[in-house]
Design a protein around this ligand. Structure first.
Ligand code: BGC
Length: 493
């Protein structure tokens, strides 16, 4: 009788009852796979996020937010003031540009705004991927690259886009790294994140860096607003929906911002805000309190270019989930023979397994997990038995579950801080969390775990009021809108 052998092994387990003429499907289980089970159990235990852990994380987020608002350096959370005084109202008019630097791509965008009636008349954008070497080069090289991309894009302006005579084109500059903002159009880079290590820019005003590069290109444009991508997302989403109070990015990196009352920011000195409110950029990627960590996280952190930093980001964001999984599988291959006697060479290469690979593997619902097998083979050169594939999926799920749950707890931490300060403001009515980033957009299990944590923490009734809304690429338009509200030219909005 032919045996449908799904893996080489020392014994076979029948998975389906034999029917006449149909050979029984048999599953081969390698006896040495058993030795991998304790690694999986330990991973699941060390990364577990039961409700008490999530509650602790949400409360710690709230406490750290308060400490960061009280004094600079008061907590892991920098709680950066955005100097955004007016949120977009819908009345904004004219041609504005946005420039977005924050990850593997940079984007340029132009938008023609037509006020309350016409809203967004036209938009155009271009996206360029940032060559790897520029992420490790000099500040001048990086900003020259950006300015030249912007110059090429600006040259193609025409059609529905129109700049009144005598005006300079204004830009909203989305710069998605921790910046100590000094005004709406200036800010000092605190540090690079997400694998960037550009020399000569830490401690410098990033708008000045861009202005100098634009000058070298002979490009006459002016930055009217410097914004973090979370702030751009919040502004962009708020343009359409007044209930937007929080924005979160879950992509390569992660961060969140929210609308705060000026009188709830003790560290704020200086001119009173006109509106009494502003947006605070939490830089929550640096949060670290109460996060369950595994040996794989610790090793990954130690090997990173920013050890000891961005711990929340390293447990929940897209740049890291695949790498944590790779480290788990490497250990299982080295100590537990999950992929046979030899360790697949590629598995030892840092970042060989990426978060989209985990995601693709988790979408495989077939009995033999064929896609999981092909991904393991194509990406890290691993031949896998069915048992091995199952373990890979379970290990990925443990990592993704922790990520989604912790992100959900972080959101609850922000919401409960706002609610504590103004009872009924958040939980007593519809409140929208604008969400952007590829991880959230493309990873259904991650999304489900995030929402599960929010619902568990807030309870069914309250969580019905919290709408997590995907706001795709809203940060570009948001930055352009903030350039409009902060335009140097007279305007009546
Ligand atoms: C940066 C934030 C940014 C986030 C999402 C983090 O690494 O520190 O400024 O908002 O990534 O792009």
């Amino acid at each position: 009788m032919s045996v449908n052998s799904l893996a080489v092994g020392s014994f076979y387990v029948s998975r389906s009852r034999s029917r006449r003429g149909v050979p029984p499907i048999r599953m081969a289980v390698r006896s040495n796979i058993v030795s991998v089970a304790p690694f999986l159990t330990k991973l699941q235990r060390d990364s577990a996020t039961p409700l008490p852990v999530l509650r602790y994380v949400a409360d710690a987020m709230t406490t750290d937010m308060r400490a960061g608002l009280a004094t600079d350096g008061g907590s892991d959370l920098k709680m950066i003031l955005s100097y955004v005084d007016c949120l977009p109202s819908g009345n904004e008019k004219g041609l504005f540009y946005a420039l977005d630097l924050g990850g593997t791509n940079f984007r340029v965008l132009r938008v023609q705004l037509g006020g309350k009636q016409e809203r967004v008349i036209a938009t155009e954008f271009e996206q360029v991927s940032i060559p790897q070497e520029l992420m490790f080069g000099t500040s001048e090289e990086l900003f020259d690259f950006i300015a030249s991309g912007l110059a090429n894009f600006a040259k193609k302006e025409g059609g529905k886009f129109h700049l009144p005579h005598g005006r300079i084109r204004e830009i909203g500059f989305t710069f998605s790294f921790p910046v100590k903002q000094t005004s709406i159009d200036s800010g000092i880079l605190i540090k690079w994140t997400k694998g960037f290590a550009v020399s000569g820019s830490a401690g410098r005003d990033v708008v000045a860096c861009l202005n100098e590069a634009m000058e070298r290109q002979g490009l006459d444009m002016r930055v009217s607003a410097l914004v973090n991508d979370t702030v751009g997302t919040l502004a962009g989403a708020r343009y359409w929906d007044d209930d937007v109070m929080v924005a979160v990015i879950l992509g390569t990196g992660t961060n969140a911002c929210y609308v705060e009352r000026i009188d709830a920011i003790p560290k704020l000195r200086g001119p009173e805000s006109f509106s009494g409110r502003t947006i605070v950029n939490t830089e929550w990627g640096a949060f670290s309190n109460g996060i369950p960590l595994t040996e794989y996280d610790r090793d990954m952190d130690a090997a990173s270019i920013n050890p000891g930093e961005q711990i929340f980001e390293k447990t929940i964001s897209g740049m890291y989930l695949g790498e944590i999984a790779r480290r788990v599988l490497l250990k299982m291959a080295e100590v537990g023979d999950i992929f046979g006697k030899s360790v697949p060479e590629k598995l030892s290469t840092p970042s060989a397994l990426r978060t989209p690979d985990l995601c693709a593997m988790q979408q495989d619902n077939s009995d033999d997990l064929q896609s999981v097998g092909s991904i393991l083979y194509n990406v890290v050169g691993a031949e896998s038995s069915l048992s091995a594939r199952k373990i890979v999926v379970e290990a990925s799920d443990a990592i993704v579950k922790r990520g989604g749950h912790l992100a959900g707890a972080g959101i609850v931490g922000i919401l409960q801080k706002m609610e504590e300060d103004s009872s009924g403001l958040i939980f007593g009515k519809r409140t929208v969390v604008a969400m952007d980033g590829g991880l959230y957009e493309h990873y259904p299990q991650y999304r489900r775990y995030l929402k599960e944590a929010v619902t568990e923490l807030l309870g069914l009734e309250i969580s019905k009021n919290i709408v997590i809304e995907h706001s795709k690429d809203g940060s570009g338009i948001g930055a352009a809108l903030l350039a409009a509200t902060n335009s140097k030219y007279d305007h009546d909005y």
